[in-house]
Design a protein. Sequence first.
Length: 323
Amino acid sequence: MNAARFMFLLALIVSPTTRAAIDLHTPTDTQVYIAIDVRQAFDSEFFRDNLLDPARDLLAQLPGVNETLKELRLDPFKDVDRLVLASPGTQGNDRGLVVAYGRFDVDKFKTRVERLKKDNDDSVTLHEVPLGGGVKHAVYEVAIPGMESGAFVALKDGKTLLVSPGKDYVVDALKAARLKTKPTLKNKEMQTLIESLEAAKQVLTVALPGSALTAVDDLVPGGGAALKGIAAIGGGATFGKELRFDLAITCHSEENAMEIRSKLDKGVKLATAALALLGEEKKELSLLFELVKSIRTIGKGKAVGVSARVTAETLQDLFGKGG
């Protein structure tokens, strides 16, 4: 990781001097926060040259998606500007919220629902939910093929789309937007972390307090104690001639930081070796191999920096493009 970049991220986490307002729709129980400046990413030369065509091809392979997007007159690569994903970090499958900002045709959404009703298609159910003061708002329950539960979707207006596996998250977001009240998170540490990192205006912003990692103790054999030593994680991604990921991890003590860095270095070596073997048989793993191989760590006091990158050459090789 570039030392200057590491110190910049570390300063944002440890001693923020500038803060940006937290997203109005953020649930109060948020423990994991990811914000993506989709427009900045999609408009970048790196994305246009290396990722746009594969992304469109992937979308085309999803059954019924292109037809639905055409009916809604929605091009995700042109009409979506920003995404915010907020989760309580628990293992429940009906928690969390996704907020999409862009340009959405409200009438097209209504027309699609009416058409499905006429066709006796029960894949979409309309709920008129009360927001207070006699005001009601449409929330659509959408069935997802192959899954037991679906998603709840609401257009707050022509610029904001709300999606969640839990109806209460969508309703609460609509109420908060109507009242225009600034969210107050239950975890004050998390709120400070989000506000400080959002001020950096990165393509990708990731905010995660160390306390949220307790939910994944069982997924990291022998690493539970080390995870408890983490105070906060913050960082993001930038697009240039390559795609770069940078994270700053702050720990409760220098000993915790040394342990985290040691486990990261060992994990990277093991993963690199395993992917090198598997990659010979499965080309689709080559991107992950190159990403893991590029991981670098840096340490300073109670903090650990982690960086990774994906080059244009790697993507061109993966997708069969010429140099």
